[in-house]
Design a protein around this ligand. Structure first.
Ligand SMILES: [Zn+2]
Length: 265
């Protein structure tokens, strides 16, 4: 883990990249922020999480870091022992932004587990049209184990666009939380998609027929391979993190549009 701290006092705001080593955008965004951001008030914490996995260009070395929180300092595997060290640095932060990329098609989107007022500000203050409520899913991610935390899927893994979008969005995030001094953030309403379940993937050539947040009509096939044909039976389902080759064991998730988050009053 690499930590760069700027400024002093409160608020203390954190941006963390490189949780997954095969997603270089997060590290690049953190480095660009460290070179370009002038902290006007409070403390900015910039973190590159998983340096060995980044060096090896692999998602993780022993275990998926974003499935190991809160972790265990005495564990033998690298990520399980790293998670509590990261948590100790983030403890008490007023707002946290975790950067990710994926193999699914645009648009970028945010993810939260618990919609606090701080999370509402973070999400409506960033240029995303969609946010995924992942509170029904596993509880071992960074955003499910730290208060006032959101994740941001900035774009396609390995693309320059993911870096540029993430940089703009991270600056907006720092702006709404006061790190950049006097600034009037532009808040916008954001559509909420509640994630419901993972869609398993098996053997054979995978095919995915719908993009993220595109409604799958009842009776249509979302995805298939030699083992599975995922035909949806009810209206209103939308894919989240949909991709053919992004994950070994899932095509993505099914979600449902359940409302919207309004800008803070
Ligand atoms: Zn990731």
């Amino acid at each position: 883990m690499r930590l760069i701290e700027r400024g002093s006092g409160y608020p203390r705001i954190a941006v963390i990249g490189g949780i997954h080593g095969d997603e270089p955008a997060g590290e690049r965004i953190v480095e660009r922020l460290s070179e370009t951001v002038t902290v006007e008030s409070g403390t900015l914490q910039l973190i590159v999480a998983n340096e060995p996995a980044l060096a090896a260009e692999t998602r993780y070395t022993d275990a998926d870091l974003n499935r190991t929180f809160p972790g265990d300092v005495t564990a033998n595997d690298y990520e399980t022992a790293l998670a509590p060290r990261i948590s100790a640095v983030l403890e008490g932060a007023d707002a946290i932004l975790a950067l990710h990329t994926s193999h699914s098609a645009p648009p970028p989107f945010a993810i939260y587990s618990n919609c606090t007022e701080t999370v509402r500000k973070s999400i409506t203050g960033m240029p995303v049209d969609y946010v995924v409520d992942s509170s029904n899913l596993r509880g071992s991610t960074l955003d499910s184990t730290h208060p006032n935390t959101i994740s941001l899927e900035t774009g396609k893994q390995g693309s320059d666009e993911a870096v540029e979008f993430g940089l703009d969005a991270a600056r907006d995030f720092l702006g709404v939380h006061g790190i950049l001094g006097e600034r009037n953030p532009a808040y916008t309403e954001t559509t909420v998609v509640t994630a419901e379940e993972e869609v398993p993937k098996g053997d054979g050539e995978p095919e995915v027929f719908y993009r993220n947040f595109e409604e799958i009509p009842a009776g249509e096939i979302f995805a298939r391979d030699d083992e599975y044909t995922h035909r949806v039976t009810t209206a209103g389902k939308v894919p989240v993190l949909a991709s053919e080759h992004g994950y070994d064991d899932i095509f993505g998730l099914y979600g449902r549009i359940t409302g919207s988050i309004e800008p803070p009053a």
